[in-house]
Design a protein around this ligand. Structure first.
Ligand SMILES: Cc1ncc(COP(=O)(O)O)c(C=O)c1O
Length: 414
């Protein structure tokens, strides 16, 4: 579809869309899946690549750790932790994998997760339990969600004396529930349970307080809501656990990491994770540039996060009002992604495709049967999830609401 063939009421994005390179013939309401990196940040990454290729040896031996520290320093305040406790990994899936492999699970232990975990993380939990003889326990989250207390209760009620650790999503992927971490983390820690926080949407999505929440491990992407290049994610490990924490892939310094660390004046944790074989670390280096970019566009990363959350809630309200639905998740548990439970009657895949083909709307819709084996899923009707970023405008959600009204009406006529 060319821009001249777009529907007459095709909505304009926000003026800030000029900072992104998103197809103007698209209504992009799925930032949450893969993010979107602005050209200014890609230019900054390009400058890191140029520095690397001018003298690769000096770059990796002398510049790399200093430039990685710059990115650590940029996100540590947004994560509520010390920069010393952060390393970089390519994505949250690999961060979860590294944490699970360092958990020390043993036969008889229980690993608790919820019924709304992201499939890749679920699969890694299943695999580590099979390998170690631990038992995977799944707490079913309420759907729709009545309030934050019900979420805490759903998780805490599945704890036993054998629960070794609990993996929680900061915001659940299929249902967009921003978990009440201020209440849930202390409840788990009071019972001696270690926390693995899957903060995949993490930095740039909502303020995090990793140290205050006393999580053992946390990981999240910068390539989603901080808008850094793809393949840029962070991994946090609590200080007391770092000496024994090893990367799943060992590199040159593995047997001598403590001595190397002493000589370099760095921690063994940084020494091992900062160099995991030769690879392109420029997506990690551009994390600092992405944080600077968002602050320059929105005033601060905090203002950017507040704006996105408010827009997601307003966008969801526009859709619910048009379709006569109640939001399935209270505003208090909603961030920059928001779910709508659609009426039954039209297959999720078919509706999603029609929204893309006829209306040029990019938005995810899934249903219970999409849920991977072993998961309870999100009810029995399709769930649509909108994202809201600085480039979006409220008119785009109103347009989606109209398109949904037309498509759902169309299906009920047949
Ligand atoms: C809750 C959650 N965990 C993990 C991931 C995996 O992120 P990545 O594909 O960057 O590893 C996602 C991706 O959307 C997610 O939403």
């Amino acid at each position: 579809m060319t821009t001249t063939e777009l529907p007459a009421n095709f909505p304009a994005p926000a003026p800030a869309a000029k900072h992104w390179a998103i197809d103007p013939g698209l209504v992009p309401l799925n930032h949450g899946s893969f993010g979107a990196c602005p050209p200014a940040v890609l230019d900054a990454q390009r400058r890191h690549v140029d520095l690397m290729e001018r003298d690769t040896v000096t770059f990796f031996v002398e510049h790399a750790s200093r430039l990685l520290d710059r990115s650590r320093d940029a996100i540590a305040p947004l994560l509520g932790c010390d920069a010393a406790d952060l390393v970089f990994v390519p994505n949250a899936t690999q961060g979860v994998h590294a944490a699970l492999h360092n958990m020390g699970l043993a036969p008889g232990d229980e690993l608790l997760i919820t019924s709304h975990e992201y499939p890749a993380c679920l699969h890694n939990c299943q695999a580590i339990c099979e390998r170690t003889g631990a038992t995977l326990v799944i707490a079913e989250l309420p759907w729709p969600v009545p309030n934050a207390d019900a979420l805490v209760e759903a998780v805490v009620s599945r704890l036993t004396g054998r629960t070794r650790a609990c993996m929680i999503s900061g915001v659940t992927s299929p249902s967009a529930i921003a978990m009440p971490l201020d209440e849930l983390c202390p409840a788990l820690r009071a019972r001696g349970v270690e926390i693995l926080l899957d903060a995949a949407h993490g930095v740039g999505f909502a303020p995090h307080h990793l140290a205050r929440w006393d999580v053992a491990w946390a990981t999240g992407n910068a390539h989603k809501w901080l808008c850094s290049p793809k393949g840029s994610a962070w991994l946090y490990v609590r200080r007391d656990l770092q000496p024994a924490f090893r990367p799943p892939i060992l590199s040159n310094s593995a047997p001598t990491r403590d001595a190397v660390a002493r000589t370099a004046g760095r921690s063994a944790f940084h020494v091992e994770f900062d160099y995991v074989g030769t690879r392109d670390i420029t997506p990690f280096l551009a994390i600092a540039d992405a944080a600077e970019f968002l602050a320059s566009v929105a005033g601060s990363v905090g203002a950017y996060m507040d704006h996105n959350r408010d827009l997601a809630i307003a966008g969801r309200a526009a859709i619910c009002q048009r379709l006569g639905l109640e939001p399935p998740v209270p505003d208090a548990c909603t961030g920059a992604i928001a779910a709508v439970a659609l009426p039954a009657g039209r297959a999720a895949g078919d509706l999603k495709q029609a929204l893309f083909d006829r209306w040029r709307i990019q938005v995810p819709i899934w249903e219970a049967r999409d849920a991977p084996e072993g998961m309870i899923g999100v009810g029995h009707t399709p769930v649509l999830r909108v994202s809201a970023n600085y480039y979006n405008a409220i008119g785009q959600y109103e347009y989606l609401a109209g398109a949904l009204g037309a498509e759902l009406g169309r299906s009920s006529c047949h």
